[in-house]
Write a protein that binds this ligand. Structure first.
Ligand code: ADP
Length: 455
């Protein structure tokens, strides 16, 4: 049964089976057609001969006339009886029947049937000159039957030959059709996670196999870039984790070397906790992004007031703005209801506002405004900071990306904006950025409004 799992075997068998059915149908149709035509031919001959014999008896019902008819061969075989018995029987009358008649003087139906099996017979009676004539005309079917027999033999011989040809041809054709699949299989087997940049060969991009190979190649491309991103992400994450861990170790070692000075120890533990805090928040961010990638983040949507959420976050961050003597203006009217997970909205606003305060110099200006359009609710965080240069605008939403100018002075892992962007887009919203170097930046987070008919 294993052989039937091969497409080549199945294709060949299907091909042979279809051809066999076609051959049988075609042979039967031809045989039936020839049979009918021959049969019609015999019936016509019989009718003609019967009519000629009947006419002759009506004209002159004499034995000499019948002999003459027999001699010129107008009919195949005939027999004429009168009430007194057999009047005339043609020379070509079927042999065994002639013998029987000779012995009994009368036709026995059984014999007639046996011998006349190869004849088609028509009987009838006519009256002429006040006499009653029973006439029988027989037309031989021998030739037609032989012809049909030969035809049947030819068809019967053609069937197995045709089947053999179909099997061999089908096997060869299937091999030709499947050859590119074998090539694809061999090539696909060579492609591993380390060789994802390789692609399958496409012989003809317009046929089914070409399209399949193209689709697989596209998939390989996506896998390749996903693997690439994963590699970069892992490398960046390791790098980011390494820095606070190195600081932790260095502070710990320095404290040990300093001896057991209580103040120095307290200071060391304080900085170690600070670094541990950084580590924890970094790991939290990594976890958020990993879950987002795996579609494993739990999102609990509900109708929430964007103004209230933005005010809450602004209140929380006001301490940081105060520390930098920045003016934090909040204009967040209540009543703009969005359909979102409040935790994620808070996180997005927090990340953007944190950046605004972080990157805006001491004494600067930061504002948080909530507004909206017919379908979207918007939080805009505007600052009077350094702005973002065009070459960085596209890239600041990439993971671990930090613009160099601010990299050295401000500490951050470069995950704040990617998380904010994910938190917005996962709700079907988007992030817009307006910025000019030296003029500050404005990040606008847009969320879909609550339409009132959500579950
Ligand atoms: P992080 O703040 O941890 O560095 P983010 O992903 O939040 O990472 O931001 C990426 C980069 O975008 C920042 O390093 C900074 O260069 C730039 N950036 C973000 N917000 C601002 C802003 N308000 N003003 C100027 N630059 C910004």
């Amino acid at each position: 049964m294993k052989a039937f799992q091969s497409i080549r075997v199945r294709l060949t068998l299907w091909y042979a089976a279809v051809l066999a059915v076609l051959l049988v149908l075609f042979s039967s149709a031809v045989y039936g057609f020839v049979y009918l035509r021959l049969s019609e031919q015999i019936a016509r001959r019989l009718d003609d001969q019967y009519a000629a014999l009947a006419q002759s008896i009506r004209d002159e019902p004499e034995v000499e006339e019948l002999e003459e008819l027999d001699r010129i061969g107008l009919t195949d075989a005939f027999e004429v009886r009168t009430d007194g018995g057999l009047l005339y029987r043609s020379r070509r009358w079927p042999a065994s029947d002639r013998a029987t008649t000779a012995s009994t003087g009368e036709t026995t139906t059984r014999h007639m049937h046996t011998e006349l099996a190869l004849y088609r017979v028509r009987r009838g009676t006519i009256d002429s000159d006040g006499q009653h004539f029973a006439i029988t005309v027989a037309v031989s079917e021998r030739e037609q039957r032989a012809m049909l027999g030969t035809l049947a033999a030819i068809f019967l011989a053609a069937l197995p030959i045709g089947l053999c040809v179909a099997l061999v041809g089908g096997w060869w054709m299937a091999a030709r059709v499947l050859a590119p699949i074998a090539q694809l299989t061999a090539r696909a087997r060579e492609i591993s996670a380390e060789k994802l940049s390789e692609r399958l060969p496409i012989a003809n991009p317009h046929d089914e196999l070409g399209r399949l190979a193209a689709v697989i190649n596209e998939m390989l491309g996506r896998l390749d870039s996903a693997f690439g991103r994963l590699r970069v992400f892992t490398a960046d994450a390791s790098h980011e984790l390494r820095t606070p861990l190195t600081v932790l170790c260095a502070v710990g070692e320095a404290a040990l070397q300093d001896g057991y000075n209580a103040n120095a120890c307290r200071e060391a533990v304080g900085s170690m906790l600070e670094e541990a805090d950084r580590l924890v928040s970094l790991l939290d961010n990594l976890l958020v992004l990993t879950r987002a990638d795996a579609d494993g983040a739990v999102i609990r949507r509900e109708a929430c007031d964007l103004g209230a959420l933005a005010s809450e976050v602004a209140e929380l961050m006001a301490v940081l703005a105060d520390e930098k003597q920045q003016q934090l203006v909040v204009d967040a009217p209540a009543g703009i209801i969005i359909w979102a997970d409040p935790m994620l909205v808070r996180q997005a606003v927090l990340n953007v506002l944190d950046n605004a305060i972080k990157f805006t110099p001491v004494g600067g200006h930061v504002e948080v405004r909530v507004g909206g359009t017919a379908t979207l609710g918007a939080v805009t965080v505007r600052d009077s900071g350094p702005g973002i240069a065009p070459e960085h605008r596209e890239r600041i939403f990439e993971r671990f990306y930090r613009a160099d100018s601010v990299r050295a002075s401000e500490r951050g892992a470069g995950l704040g904006l990617p998380i904010a962007q994910w938190a917005v887009t996962v709700h079907g919203g988007r992030v817009e950025l307006e910025t000019e170097v030296g003029m500050g930046s404005a990040f606008r987070l847009l969320f879909p409004l609550y339409e009132g008919d959500k579950p």
